[in-house]
Design a binder for this molecule. Structure first.
Ligand SMILES: [Zn+2]
Length: 414
């Protein structure tokens, strides 16, 4: 019996549409085959005088009856979820795919209406100036900040999770089944060498917080940062002075380490010495398993601190700022969708991402295209924080220490 798999990651045959469109086309093909199969069965059953309708497992063609086992249910669910996360253009394409399934349901959403935007009565689309004006009145006091690799680019940190960056080319000699295997927990347990090599290069300590990190610290200093959810593992938020309880490092960090077998905490200084100086995986003193810094590998759950806070935080947030992320990795990528529909959403990013609305119907989204640091500096000037941002940036813990060390070493030379 053939089965239909709703996993869009499954490799589609050559020359067929890929992604959601490919998924839909494979589904239609599957359903037609099933319909053909059922009608063949019906012909074979024609001689039976008493036809038991209850034994019919599928409504052939699947167009009108809703069968709980109908694979289209999973597909429709996935398409609707994807549409909810999509930009208006992309959403239109997904609606077309949904309607092409011929399920007897019209998936076209009700027409969109122009709404008064959340910054007031203005009849123009919301702009950064509208937001800045309200910001200055202290209207927002529970700001959720969502950050990704883009905010650390200015610190010189490459997005090393993305295959194709220079860091991965060093791993060629290990013949990885796929580049991201280096961050796969099962792979690491079998073959720790590639991660040990990569970890020695990406271990924090050589990079300093950016202006964007300084901005997050300023929000915290002023008591209006609800939480910073970051996808980065570089630890620059904490190094930049954002209190640890205000930062949720969704993919973990290098400040602690533990055993991959028994889960026992391990001394991070011993773990870093083992990896960086000795180039070997750290061994757990309790069970003999191998350890690693507490960064989240593929195949591992997000830290409990994420699950423990996210639901409350998205409910409480009265503004969200998204910076430097492609919004590709769930569940973090979904955070901007979970805040209240009355909450303004500000995006500082090189490209448009997620479902930030840039259409005429937009009533709460602001997209500032460009480097995060530039966007942040501009916004800080608008709200009168320009000088404070510069001071905060210059005085970041790591930067100050570095300056002091430099002065000390210059004095020693003298
Ligand atoms: Zn152990």
């Amino acid at each position: 019996m053939s089965s239909f798999n709703v996993n869009p990651d499954q490799q589609a045959p050559d020359k067929e549409p890929t992604g959601l469109a490919g998924l839909a086309s494979r589904f239609v093909q599957y359903r037609d085959e099933q319909a053909q199969h059922d009608s063949d069965d019906d012909s074979a059953d024609d001689h039976e005088s008493d036809h038991d309708d209850d034994s019919e497992s599928t409504d052939s063609g699947g167009a009108h009856g809703v069968d709980p086992d109908d694979p289209s249910l999973g597909l429709v669910e996935r398409l609707l979820a994807a549409r909810a996360r999509s930009s208006p253009d992309q959403a239109d394409k997904i609606t077309a795919i949904l309607n092409s399934l011929n399920l007897g349901i019209d998936f076209t959403p009700p027409p969109r209406v122009l709404k008064t935007h959340v910054f007031g009565e203005a009849n123009t689309p919301p702009t950064l100036s509208h937001l800045a004006s309200l910001f200055k009145t202290k209207k927002y006091s529970k700001i959720l900040v969502l950050t990704g690799a883009g905010i650390s680019v200015a610190a010189g940190i490459p997005d090393f999770r993305t295959a194709g960056t220079g860091l991965y080319s060093n791993l060629e000699k290990y013949n990885l089944p796929h580049p991201t295997a280096v961050f796969d927990i099962d792979f690491y347990k079998d073959n720790p060498a590639p991660f040990v090599m990569l970890a020695s290069e990406i271990w924090p300590g050589n990079h300093l917080p950016t202006k964007t990190h300084a901005f997050i610290k300023l929000l915290s200093d002023k008591g209006i940062l609800l939480r910073n959810y970051t996808q980065n593992i570089d630890g620059l938020e904490v190094l930049g002075g954002v209190p640890e309880e205000k930062v949720i490092e969704c993919h973990g960090h290098f400040r602690t380490a533990s055993c991959t077998s028994c889960g026992s905490p391990m001394d991070v200084s011993l773990v870093s010495k083992s990896i960086i100086e000795d180039g070997v995986p750290p061994v757990c003193a309790k069970c003999g398993g191998i350890g690693k810094p507490d960064i989240v590998f593929f195949g591992e759950d997000l830290p409990s601190v994420f699950h423990g806070n996210i639901n409350r935080d998205v409910k409480e947030a009265d503004m969200i700022i998204v910076m430097g992320t492609s919004l590709q990795v769930q569940p973090v990528a979904g955070i901007p969708d979970y805040v209240s529909s009355k909450v303004p959403r500000l995006l500082f990013n090189r490209e448009h991402v997620g479902n930030f609305d840039t259409s005429e119907y937009n009533y709460r989204d602001i997209f500032e295209a460009g480097n995060c640091d530039d966007g942040v500096e501009n916004f800080c000037e608008m709200i009168g924080w320009g000088e404070e941002l510069r001071t905060c940036y210059e005085n970041a813990e790591g930067r100050r220490k570095l300056r002091e060390e430099k002065i000390t070493s210059e004095e020693e030379i003298d």
